[in-house]
Design a protein around this ligand. Structure first.
Ligand code: ATR
Length: 316
């Protein structure tokens, strides 16, 4: 029987989770559906309830509902308890089990990158929900952890929960970090962080934010100083793999899926004319891991447009 899964958030239209989970399912020949569900800001509880009463088996939860999900579930794993947030729900025998796979995903991706954690001086920028979710998994790796936040009192609140961390305000920051992790929402607003470039000198810099080409605002900000950089697309795939494991009891391969997300298939459309720059033969269609067209774009002028459903091309 086809099992039903989904990701819930707001916004949700650009979530890559369906693409990732359907690719994992294909590896094992599993028949699943995986939808995106948009909930209103105060509508998480009812929307999630509807999903499970209509035979939903598993739900991934993204911003801004991870704390709502924490309250919604009947049982929580230790990672959820440490972060006060749930990103994966599994319905088992009428009970909703809550997990948080974000931390495991981050550690797995840092390991893929070969960034050594035990003994490393690690700076987390941000003290909101995303930061709270990664503190314990990083401490468990034996790092020396500092947290810096625009609002210092929020970082201090985090130290109340994890007394082993050091906290700073932006203006107090020194240099000399092995790994710097951006857990702020600044990039969502296309903003750069008010932190001097020297802080990133020779550090390996990781952004929990991601985009297919990896060039997030944070990565662009630190690129010239950092020793190495990575956005969080690998973490997204790894946390999804952990959720998949919880639901299906098998561990999918993550490398081919990450490579597929980074390098979507492009097919140029002979004769097509770009609606913006009017050049011919420069338009291409990009397809996702399932082969469905997702984007129409122009190689020459950078025009790009999301595709919903049918593709129509202006052929001269
Ligand atoms: P999330 O769940 O994504 O962490 P959040 O709990 O609202 O969302 O936290 C957002 C984080 O990004 C906070 O650390 C916030 O700093 P403040 O506590 O000072 O608000 C940080 N943040 C958001 N916009 C920022 C900006 N433009 N510059 C620096 N930090 C920013």
């Amino acid at each position: 029987m086809t099992k039903k899964f989904a990701v819930i958030g707001n916004p949700i239209a650009h979530s890559l989770s369906p693409e990732i989970h359907l690719a994992f399912a294909a590896e094992f020949g599993l028949e699943i559906t995986y939808e995106r569900i948009l909930a209103t800001p105060d509508g998480f509880h009812d929307t999630a309830k509807d999903f499970f009463t209509s035979n939903g088996v598993g739900l991934n939860v993204t911003a801004p509902f991870k704390q709502d999900a924490y309250k919604f579930v009947d049982e929580r794993d230790p990672q959820s308890d440490a972060s006060g947030a749930v990103n994966t729900i599994h319905a088992v025998d009428d009970r909703h089990l809550g997990y948080n796979t974000d931390g495991i995903g981050l550690v797995a991706d840092l390991s893929r990158l070969g960034w050594t954690l035990p003994g490393a001086k690690v700076l987390v920028i941000g003290a909101g929900g995303a930061a709270q979710g990664i503190v314990l998994p990083l401490l468990d790796q034996g790092v020396e952890l500092s947290v810096v936040n625009r609002t210092r009192t929020r970082a201090e609140a985090l130290r109340g929960q994890f007394p082993n961390i050091k906290v700073f305000g932006f203006e107090e920051l020194s240099d000399g970090w092995d790994v710097v992790i951006n857990a702020t929402a600044a990039g969502w607003q296309q903003q750069q962080l008010p932190i001097p470039g020297t802080v990133f000198n020779d550090a390996r810099c990781y952004d929990l934010g991601y985009q297919r080409d990896g060039r997030t605002p944070f990565i662009q900000q630190v690129d010239t100083q950092a020793a190495e950089t990575s956005d969080g697309l690998g973490m997204l795939v790894e946390q999804a793999a952990e959720a998949f494991h919880i639901w299906h009891d098998v561990k999918p391969q993550t490398k081919p899926v990450l490579e597929g997300l980074r390098n979507p298939k492009r097919q140029f459309i002979a004769g097509a004319v770009c609606p913006r720059c009017k050049r011919q033969d420069t338009l291409y269609i990009e397809s996702d891991l399932q082969g469905d067209a997702t984007l129409r774009a122009c190689h020459a002028c950078g025009y790009s447009e999301d595709i919903e459903g049918n593709v129509s091309i202006n052929l001269r």
